[in-house]
Design a protein around this ligand. Structure first.
Ligand SMILES: Nc1ncnc2c1ncn2[C@@H]1O[C@H](COP(=O)(O)OP(=O)(O)OP(=O)(O)O)[C@@H](O)[C@H]1O
Ligand SMILES: [Mg+2]
Length: 251
């Protein structure tokens, strides 16, 4: 399996991306573990992003639908167009301001990493506070995730069936790893991307993974975890952190 990262070598540009770019410049910005690619299309100061998923990997449709729903409430990309061809599925979004929380300037030193951890915490607080649970058509509950994983043939430990009682039901991001938070020039939270799994769940389903991803993306993970929780405004909950990390790892 590939590692999700900013591509370093040359990246083959799918035909549809060339087509959508028109005369704009094309910069590869991300390759995910499934071989999906994201490109920035730029012309002067204005920017657009194309996310392309090869045939045989999950289509972008789930994310297009969720962005359409969440866009009325939260800072997420506006979908300009989407579609598919024989090579894969794609969506074109308007650029949000800001850089990914794993941009070089946030991983380069401890002070910058702290700023990033706080922006991730503040961003999750904003998302969880703004998205209306009652109106959300999507679930990301532990039960639904476990059922989906077992239906797909995964052998999940029975211990996962005993989810801790819900602390607070919110609309979760669904993939709150650090690269999916965008940060403005002044260090404040600017927006979220990658919402294909958004749905109603306990807030710790997001928090546990967001905190965990600090270890994967920065030095000094433990200290950064408390920055994230402080900016979110909640005290550590070991039981739920442990459970939602185990569920993440298993699914
Ligand atoms: N509309 C946008 N505005 C600004 N940046 C964006 C936008 N869309 C995508 N990006 C950038 O592209 C990166 C990749 O996008 P995204 O996270 O959706 O791809 P992915 O392949 O699903 O990622 P993952 O590896 O987490 O599954 C983001 O981390 C972000 O930096
Ligand atoms: Mg992502």
């Amino acid at each position: 399996m590939e590692i999700a990262a900013v591509p370093t070598g040359p990246v083959p540009v799918p035909g549809i991306v060339e087509h959508l770019a028109g005369g704009d410049s094309i910069t590869p910005v991300w390759r995910n573990t499934l071989g999906g690619l994201t490109f920035r299309l730029s012309s002067g100061a204005s920017g657009r992003f194309v996310k392309w998923m090869p045939t045989g990997t999950p289509r972008v449709d789930a994310e297009v639908a969720r962005l359409g729903w969440a866009g009325s409430f939260a800072r997420v990309p506006r979908v300009v167009d989407s579609g598919d061809d024989s090579t894969g599925s794609w969506m074109l979004t308007a650029a949000l301001p800001g850089d990914s929380a794993v941009d070089a300037r946030f991983v380069s030193n401890d002070a910058a990493s702290r700023v990033a951890a706080r922006a991730i915490g503040a961003g999750l607080r904003e998302l969880h506070d703004r998205l209306p649970v009652q109106e959300c058509p999507y679930s990301w509950s532990a039960t639904s995730r476990i059922a989906r994983a077992r239906a797909a043939g995964l052998d999940l430990p029975v211990a996962l069936d005993a989810a801790p009682p819900v602390d607070r039901l919110v609309v979760c991001h669904g993939d709150a790893c650090a690269p999916n938070t965008l940060i403005a020039d002044d260090g404040s939270f600017a927006g979220h991307v990658d919402l294909g799994s958004l749905g109603v769940a306990d807030r710790w389903a997001d928090l546990a993974v967001a905190m965990w991803s600090l270890e994967w993306n920065y030095d000094g993970g433990e200290r950064l975890e408390s920055e994230l929780l402080d900016a979110y405004g909640v005290a550590r909950d070991e039981t739920r952190i442990r459970y939602y990390r185990a569920l993440w790892a298993a699914t």
